[in-house]
Design a protein around this ligand. Structure first.
Ligand code: NAD
Ligand code: UDP
Length: 312
């Protein structure tokens, strides 16, 4: 049995990860400040004898003895990370320093949840890990993008300087049950709007693309990455390479929900990346992993979840 820390464990991905790690027979400590996470995401785990929930903000040091750290704490939706951008930078920079410092002291392995946002508005398509990105350092998304880039830098410097065992994955847009209904990301917005027969809000022309990965696939990739040998440090892209325009996504969700919603076009948000698709050759080769859930199937699961949430 391993003792594992999951920061951001009450969030969307963190809660699925805690559950899977417990089911695999590990002891799990979930740490969260509840900024975007919710107790309801993990309430079903509270009676588990090997699950522990701690309210803590990772910008403050945390002392514990354990084997592995999954560092997921950080708001992921543009609305939430732009709400208090200075705090977003602190979470990625000071928070990651605290977790790397912990990993160094107790010789634990640490997986860093990085992001496709490190590529910014990419001029190389699809995005492979050697691409350094096209990021605005002073824009409204920079608190997240540059924060996550600096977190990667810290991981590699702790590795080079202190031999900390790091695992960096770059997560591309991931969706599924337990996303917050007010999360503000495109899939949750469109499904909630469709279920309520409200206007579907496309920002810009809807020609921008994203590639959406279902949460169950992503959790498998995270655990596969953590279980690699010490020589595997990343960064490794993880995501589903099936690419869709935002307009295609809106139309698909309207038809799957059977909604009367109309599409409306609002101004494009600042620095919105125009295209995004991961090259996942490394994940396939090194992690022996590939996504298995097609968008339609994952959307049906997610629609069923939001339907339950909205009827409560
Ligand atoms: P989320 O907002 O649901 O989860 C983030 C969790 O971190 C929340 O529970 C929040 O309360 C917690 N948190 C935030 N700041 C904290 C702090 N200072 N101290 C302690 N806890 C804090 O988002 P998610 O989609 O589950 O994302 C999880 C991680 O994966 C994030 O690091 C995110 O950047 C990364 N990621 C997610 C996606 C995606 O599409 N879901 C894509 C790329 C990267
Ligand atoms: N988007 C949209 N309508 C919404 C929410 C988002 O058209 O109600 C667009 C957004 O402009 C972006 C894409 O959907 O082009 C994905 O946005 P999201 O916030 O989910 O993720 P990110 O931009 O971080 O990939």
């Amino acid at each position: 049995m391993k003792k594992i820390l999951v920061t951001g464990g009450a969030g969307f991905l963190g809660s699925h990860l805690c559950e899977k790690l417990l089911n695999e027979g590990n002891e799990v400590i979930c740490l969260d400040n509840y900024f975007t996470g919710r107790k309801s995401n993990i309430v079903h785990l509270l009676d588990h004898p090997y699950f522990e929930l701690i309210r803590h903000d990772i910008t403050a040091p945390f002392y514990i003895e354990l084997d592995e750290i999954y560092n997921l704490a950080c708001p992921a939706s543009p609305i939430h990370y732009q709400y208090n951008p200075i705090k977003t930078v602190k979470t990625s920079v000071m928070g990651t320093i605290n977790m790397l410092g912990l990993a160094k002291r107790i010789r634990a392995k640490m997986l860093q949840a990085s992001t496709s946002e490190v590529y910014g508005d990419p001029t190389v398509h699809p995005q492979h890990e050697e691409y350094w990105g096209n990021v605005n350092p002073i824009g409204v998304r920079s608190c997240y993008d540059e924060g996550k880039r600096c977190a990667e830098t810290l991981c590699f410097d702790y590795h080079r300087q202190n031999n900390v065992r790091i695992k960096v994955i770059r997560i591309f847009n991931t969706y599924g049950p337990r996303m917050h209904p007010n999360d503000g990301r495109v899939i949750s917005n469109f499904i909630v709007q469709a279920l309520k027969n409200e206007d579907i809000t496309i920002y810009g022309s809807g020609d921008q693309t994203r590639s959406f990965c279902y949460c169950d696939d992503m959790i498998k990739a995270m655990i596969a990455m953590m279980n690699t040998g010490d020589e595997v440090i990343g960064p490794i892209n993880v995501g589903n390479p099936d690419e869709f325009t935002i307009r295609q996504l809106a139309e698909l969700i309207i038809s799957l929900v059977g909604s009367r919603s109309k599409i409306v076009y609002l101004p494009l948000v600042e620095d919105d990346p125009m295209q995004r698709q991961p090259v996942i050759d490394k994940a396939k080769q090194i992690l022996n992993w590939a996504p298995t859930v097609p968008l339609k199937e994952g959307l049906l699961q997610t629609i069923a979840y939001f339907d339950r949430e909205l009827s409560q």
